[in-house]
Structures are given as C-alpha cells and as structure tokens.
Design a protein around this ligand. Structure first.
Ligand SMILES: Cc1cc2nc3c(=O)[nH]c(=O)nc-3n(C[C@H](O)[C@H](O)[C@H](O)COP(=O)(O)O)c2cc1C
Length: 221
C-alpha cells in the first residue's frame, strides 16, 4: 500500500466485526506512528489502548452518564457554538448522507439517536485508543496530535485495520481518565475505534466527498 492509496482510501468505519485485534498488530501501528513529526520533536501524545472489560466499562459508564442527562464537558471544545458557512452545510450534508446510507429516514429522530449512540459502543470494535496530551502544552500542540492521529489511521490501514476517529469519545473526559487512571494533567483530545471492518455493513459503504482544489487553494507568484 503506498501513501497516496492510504490517504485516498482511508475512511471512517462505523461497524466493526466482533473479532479481537492482536496486541502485536496495534503495537506495530503505534510503533510506526511514533515517527510522526511534532514541534521541537516534543511528541506530546499519550495513547491509552483499551480492550476487553476496560472497554466495556468505558462504554457503559459513558452511556449511563448520558442516560442520567449529564452534559458533556470535553477538555477541548471541538465544535463551535455558532456554525458558519460553508462548514454548517458540509456538516449537515454529511449527516444526512450518512443516515440515509444507514437507511434512516430524515424525520426519524429515534433511529438517528440510536445510530449516534453506537459511537459510545465503539461501533462494535474490540479495541479503542484514547489520545491525550499534557494540559501544560498550548493549543499549538493540537496540530501535533492531529498529525499523529491521522498517522495512526493510515498505519492501521496498512496493518489491515479500520478506524473511526471520534470526538464523541472525548465528551466525558473525567469518566475516561478515572477508568484508565490517567492524571488530570492530561487533556483528552479524542478517541478512535480500531478493528476489522464489517464489509457487509451498509454504513461502511458510505463515502464522503471533498471540496475541489479551487475552493480552498489560492496560488501566488
Ligand atoms: C477530529 C475528528 C472527530 C470526529 N468525530 C467523529 C465522531 O465522534 N463520530 C463519528 O461517527 N465520526 C467522527 N469523525 C469522522 C468524520 O465524520 C469523518 O472523518 C468525515 O465525515 C470524513 O469522512 P471519512 O473519514 O470517511 O473520510 C471525526 C473525524 C475527525 C477528524
């Protein structure tokens, strides 16, 4: 697999097979990913790999917090309070297309909600990663985190694994820190489900589009 292929064909997978990923494979992915660049080579990432009972605990604790009506309190406010164009439309269209690929009708709020809850079940994946960085480092280091996380997604592809990067998994950082015994000196940036793609699932046939170069590139000479 070359880099072009990996970048072009990586996609978010939202239904995984119930098949465990050998630890050695995840280690291999992270061993490659640690070569991602970072400012001053600070390597701010800290990764918690979660499987088995620990994964079930994280899942059930987040789901029960939601059931109790606890408001998400992420360390990092990822989404803006007010959306502007064209991001509002892109996000809206992405959601509509995703739910329609899942056979969910536009007005079916309950089915949408149920589909969304799959986030907290890691879309049935047997493993997940939680990406932390030290709170003491400034937001600039979120760039390093993003580069690292995409590197993990691409290295996972090469290893025959699929991923879904998930900001939703960072909505209750205290729960995750508590279960995984991570100090609150670390900020939870996001999570990622990782495992074997269920290639039969309709949701995994959904592909997103991208803006053309003219929409976001300006040339100067
Ligand atoms: C930082 C980040 C957070 C995301 N959070 C979620 C999430 O919580 N749940 C989800 O289903 N997808 C999530 N996604 C996946 C995006 O919806 C997806 O990357 C985008 O629609 C493009 O589709 P693709 O990944 O299939 O190319 C996230 C992606 C990124 C990069």
């Amino acid at each position: 697999m070359n880099v072009n292929h990996a970048i072009r064909y990586r996609k978010s997978v939202r239904k995984f097979l119930n098949k465990p990923v050998p630890r050695q494979l995840i280690e291999q992915v992270l061993d490659t990913s640690r070569w991602a660049p970072s400012g001053g080579n600070c390597q701010p990432w800290r990764v918690e790999v979660v499987t088995g009972k620990a994964l079930d605990r994280v899942s059930s604790s987040i789901l029960s917090a939601r059931e109790q009506g606890r408001k998400p309190l992420p360390d990092l406010e990822y989404y803006p309070e007010a959306w502007t164009s064209p991001y509002r439309e892109r996000r809206f269209n992405c959601g509509i297309a995703l739910y329609s690929a899942m056979g969910i009708k536009r007005g079916d709020a309950q089915a949408r909600q149920e589909a969304w809850l799959q986030n907290y079940r890691f879309f049935n994946a047997s493993s997940a990663m939680f990406f932390f960085m030290p709170q003491s480092l400034g937001i600039g280091f979120l760039m390093d985190m993003g580069i690292f996380i995409q590197t993990v997604a691409l290295a996972a592809m090469e290893a025959g694994l699929a991923t879904c990067i998930q900001a939703s998994l960072a909505e209750y950082p205290d729960i995750v820190r508590d279960i995984l015994q991570v100090s609150d000196e670390f900020m939870l940036v996001c999570g990622m489900s990782i495992g074997y793609e269920d290639i039969e699932a309709d949701v995994n046939r959904f592909r997103t589009s991208r803006a053309e170069l003219e929409e976001f590139v300006s040339w100067h000479k």
